[in-house]
Design a protein around this ligand. Structure first.
Ligand code: ATP
Length: 618
């Protein structure tokens, strides 16, 4: 497939913000790609050449690109820099300069998607002496063959700045549209006159023109089968695609399965050590009784450790560790890697665990905040591992010796971890648990859990499978306190007086179906000195690059930073667009390492908490 076709697709995707139109363009393109090309195409429409969980990076700086553009276009670097200063966009600079050159030279070999993909991947394999020159050659080779538009997209991809708005939802839907057209046509058709994607009918709802014969046929089928069943069929397909994605985290793999093996292929996607799987999440229970209603009696009750989720993979000598957001943190935890090799039987597995920090002197658990810095640590790793050690608490197993266990009942998975993990205190242990069916026994275990420095209990359904990526009632967290909220910072204000150098108050928002709605402003909980904990200075540094607009002391920021906030009460309030406000909010910690804006608390959560609080007061 020619790269120019992909560049055309980027252009089309860029030209609309409408989700259905994007889905349509992408699906048409996917249909044309061969099974061998799909993997690369899907990654490249996301602006990457490795799946997001792969830690390899292209490692090309602006200055390298300037040199590559200069060499490919035969323009002095000073000119490239001058053009860059004008537009601030190296992609556009490459496009312009390559166009100038093309007018005076013969056409070079045509770029293919494979060529671009391969060259970009090769960039990550180069290191050491002479690697910068070799990288420049690989890029210049692409830019010399590229036409203007192609050069723009090659450069943006290299810089990680290709943003054509194809999020996970659009990719998932486009795979359905591309490979299951029959089910999709009953729900949507493409108008032959205005080319808008519309519900099937005699006439287009957008332009009013009569639809083509095929579209009408689809309308008849859809009416005959009833719109609801057509929707249901479509949703089932979306569900299967999502499920396959939750297991592989790579839409390339999913699309190839869908194209070559259809629904069966999606259903049979295998999990594999080394490829992270979306973790199963928990619901919240207000009382033990409520938890047992969902989990059934008896249920497994486990300590809820206050650390961070660690998905542990092993295949022979290779170990991978992933966070809840599926970031590869293997390099940051050499102590955990050693510990797994030493204390877990078997050389191929995927286990789910919580890593908890403890004080090396007192051996007591410490709150997550104390060890959170280990997750991002790039230097002094061994030393930090000694100062801030962690204990791995294994609570689930997803595959063992090549066999998937996710469909097996939890009881069987638990038996397996008890067999394979040799529990060694403050190194690796199987999570502390009892199986119980009576409230008083569970309440007693809860007290013991709190006394042992954990957050409370996880109450789990014994016969449940492992449901990746879902917040289902297979496990419930029971903490018995007014839940803190994880909220996104959407704006901030510069402080006054001695705080003038910091952004010292933050506007917080919850999520309502993808929209961020403000719920309050917080300025307490942070420290003035870094040594004392999360500081104004640190939060200011996190927010500074995200500033999008400034009016006096007030700044709007791109929503990326997630803060956990405690409060005394939730009140109804006309001041904020969510309709609620937090009384006495206080920042507890920065959760941006573990949670993105999509994972923050929702307006529904706030409404639920508001009601719970009313009940508690009554
Ligand atoms: P919270 O803020 O309450 O930790 P959350 O939104 O971060 O909630 P949830 O999935 O709702 O995450 O709560 C469950 C989390 O608790 C898991 O993601 C896991 O990291 C942690 N956890 C600690 N101990 C256990 C355990 N024994 N079994 C399962 N999860 C556990």
């Amino acid at each position: 497939m020619k790269y120019s076709e992909l560049a055309e697709l980027y252009e089309r995707l860029d030209s609309t913000t409408k989700r259905l139109e994007k889905t349509y363009h992408l699906s048409e393109f996917l249909r044309k790609a061969s099974a061998d090309e799909i993997g690369a195409v899907i990654l490249m429409v996301q602006g990457r050449v490795f799946p997001s969980f792969d830690e390899r990076e292209l490692g090309v700086a602006n200055q390298h690109l300037i040199k590559a553009i200069s060499s490919a276009s035969g323009t002095p670097t000073a000119t490239v820099e001058k053009e860059w200063a004008k537009t601030g966009d190296l992609g556009k600079v490459a496009e312009l300069l390559v166009k100038w050159k093309k007018q005076s030279t013969l056409a070079a070999a045509e770029l293919t998607v494979k060529k671009v993909f391969d060259n970009l991947r090769k960039l990550t394999e180069l290191s050491g002496q002479g690697s910068v020159d070799r990288k420049l050659q690989l890029i210049a080779e692409l830019l010399s063959s590229a036409k203007g538009q192609e050069a723009r997209y090659v450069v943006r991809t290299i810089l990680g700045q290709l943003r054509v708005g194809t999020g996970a939802g659009i990719l998932r839907d486009a795979i359905a549209w591309a490979y299951f057209p029959k089910a999709v046509e009953k729900v949507f058709v493409n108008c032959s006159s205005c080319h808008k994607i519309i519900p099937p009918a005699d006439n287009c709802v957008e332009c009013g023109k009569e639809l083509s014969k095929e579209a009408k046929k689809a309308a008849v089928t859809s009416a005959a089968e009833g719109e609801e069943s057509a929707r249901e069929e479509y949703n089932i397909i979306l569900g299967k695609i999502q499920q396959a994605y939750d297991l592989t985290n790579d839409f390339g793999v999913v699309a190839k399965k869908a194209k070559t093996e259809g629904i069966k292929g999606l259903e049979n996607v295998e999990i594999k050590a080394g490829t992270p799987i979306k973790v199963m999440l928990a619901l919240k229970a207000e009382t033990v009784e409520e938890a047992l209603e969902t989990a059934g009696r008896p249920a497994q009750c486990e300590y809820k450790y206050d650390g961070f989720r660690l998905e542990c993979h092993r295949d022979k000598d290779k170990i991978w560790l992933y966070t809840r957001r599926l970031e590869n943190v293997t390099n940051q935890f050499p102590d955990v890697v050693e510990c797994l090799k030493k204390h877990v039987k078997g050389d191929n597995y995927i286990m789910d665990a919580e890593a908890v920090g403890f004080d090396p002197k007192t051996q007591k658990y410490v709150p997550f905040q104390n060890i959170s810095q280990r997750i991002k640590r790039k230097y002094d790793i061994e030393k930090t591992a000694e100062e801030l050690p962690v204990e791995v608490n294994v609570f689930d197993v997803l595959s063992y010796e090549g066999k998937s266990f996710i469909k097996e009942p939890f009881k069987k998975r638990r038996e397996l971890i008890e067999r394979i993990v040799s529990s060694t205190k403050r190194k690796i242990v199987v999570s502390k648990a009892i199986t119980a069916d009576k409230e008083p026994e569970i309440e007693r275990f809860f007290k013991q859990a709190k006394a042992d420095g954990t957050e409370g209990l996880m109450i789990k359904k014994l016969d449940a499978p492992y449901q990746p990526g879902a917040r289902v009632g297979y496990m419930l967290k029971f903490k018995k306190v007014m839940e803190n909220l994880d909220l996104a910072v959407v704006a901030a204000e510069w402080g006054e007086g001695k705080r003038a150098k910091w952004l010292s108050s933050y506007y917080l928002a919850c999520n309502s179906e993808g929209k961020l709605l403000e719920i309050g402003k917080v300025s307490t909980g942070l420290k003035e000195k870094r040594e004392e904990g999360l500081s104004f200075d640190e939060v200011t540094e996190l927010l500074r690059p995200l500033i999008a607009e400034q009016q006096g002391r007030y700044v709007k920021v791109k929503p990326k930073i997630v803060l956990e906030v405690a409060y005394e009460e939730i009140q109804k309030s006309p001041t904020y667009e969510s309709g609620y406000a937090l009384r006495f909010p206080r920042i507890i910690r920065n959760r941006s390492e573990e949670k993105g804006v999509d994972d923050i608390n929702t307006l529904e959560d706030v409404e639920r908490l508001y009601k719970t609080q009313k009940k508690m007061k009554a």
